[in-house]
Ligand binder design. Structure first.
Ligand SMILES: Cc1ncc(COP(=O)(O)O)c(C=O)c1O
Length: 357
């Protein structure tokens, strides 16, 4: 039996919540979506949360609502899920990739300032694996050059940085995809303190329609259904418990894994451990390590095997850039299960197999 890399928790509350929505007949844009938005805003400590159909659509709308469009540049990391960069392309803007910091896996702020041009409109920090980027440095750059901050917080729900919540530094975008720390099967959320951006996002999500069948602009159907929101509401109650389990699992690994480089929760960070990502380096073969783990019953994930700038279609747009840290780490990383449903027996087995690498 393989210990899976992720395992959505589906309890009685999730099942009952879905059934209640189905029996109510109010399947779309009903009470559950509004309730989830209110709970999410509270969770992130912001004035507004706007539910969407996915993290990808949340990112797209967050960029559009901040005025990002053709001719603009958005600085981001190549070491991320492809939706971060694709959402920039959807707007007609160009992603400008800069390299990452080896320890945090996140954008290196020193490199960000070097690529700011008169076309730069925004910075998109991605809080990878559940740890927030170096926001003091990034906010200072954004202020100096008058840039928007679009946080890709898809992996970082509930995380904090010097006590401040993910999604509260600019316009935040979250994913509620099935494998995330809390989920709604598919779903997304935009967070903001800005009333104007919130209004734009609500309009862009629903055909630009303020009054029924009168349209202000060309826009989308990026709505979340009430069936999905009902699952999200059941999950949001579980977040504190899920996060403390993830933290305890990560601490256990940090204390007991001694064969490979283990990830760090940096000072001031309330890491939520969406992924626990080890590095197999020094010429050791990652494929062999993955093979060993999988054959001995430990599920793994490679997040991500190819940095965003190295896909052919992206290279056609951004050119042949070299980002050595991201390129090297994409060959070294292996994520191992850290989800809340691991038993003590699972943890011991995982540690034993990782230490045998
Ligand atoms: C960093 C990052 N950005 C964006 C997304 C896109 O979210 P979704 O899959 O909900 O569209 C994800 C999740 O899959 C992600 O991990």
């Amino acid at each position: 039996m393989l210990i899976p890399i992720s395992k959505p928790y589906i309890g009685d509350e999730e099942k009952k919540a879905v059934l209640n929505v189905l029996e109510s007949g109010l399947l779309a844009q009903g009470r559950c979506v509004a309730d989830l938005e209110e709970r999410f805003a509270e969770l992130c400590g912001v004035r507004h949360a706007i539910a969407t159909s996915s993290g990808t659509t949340a990112l797209h709308l967050a960029l559009l609502a901040n005025g990002v469009g053709p001719g603009d540049e958005v600085i981001t990391t190549p070491f991320t899920f492809i939706a971060s960069a694709n959402s920039i392309l959807f707007t007609g803007a160009k992603p400008i990739f800069v390299d990452i910091d080896e320890i945090s896996f996140n954008l290196d702020p020193k490199l960000v300032e070097q690529v700011v041009t008169s076309n730069t409109k925004a910075i998109m920090p991605v809080h990878l694996y559940g740890q927030i980027c170096d926001m003091d440095a990034l906010l200072a750059i954004a202020e100096d050059y008058n840039l928007a901050i679009i946080e890709d917080a898809c992996q970082a729900v509930g995380s904090t940085y010097n006590g401040r919540k993910a999604g509260s530094f600019g316009t935040g975008a979250f994913s509620l995809y099935a494998t995330k720390n809390i989920m709604s099967a598919e779903g997304g959320m935009i967070t903001t303190n800005d009333d104007g951006i919130a209004e734009q996002c609500r309009l862009l999500r629903n055909h630009g329609m303020r009054r029924r069948y009168y349209y202000d602009m060309l826009a989308f159907n990026y709505r979340m259904t009430d069936v999905h929101a009902a699952i999200g509401l059941a999950q949001i109650d579980r977040l504190p418990q899920f996060t403390s389990r993830r933290r305890a699992n990560a601490e256990y690994y940090n204390a007991n894994i001694n064969s490979v480089i283990t990830p760090k929760s940096l000072d001031g960070q309330g890491h939520v451990w969406h992924q626990y990502t080890i590095r197999v380096n020094g010429g050791r073969d990652r494929d062999l390590a993955v093979k060993h783990l999988n054959e001995s019953g430990v599920g793994t994930g490679i997040f991500y095997p190819v940095p965003a700038h190295q896909h052919d279609y992206m290279r056609d747009i951004v050119g042949d850039v070299r980002l050595p840290v991201a390129e090297r780490l994409s060959q070294e990383v292996i994520s191992i299960p850290v989800h809340p449903q691991l038993s003590q027996e699972d943890l011991e087995k995982i540690v034993a197999e990782v230490n045998a690498l």
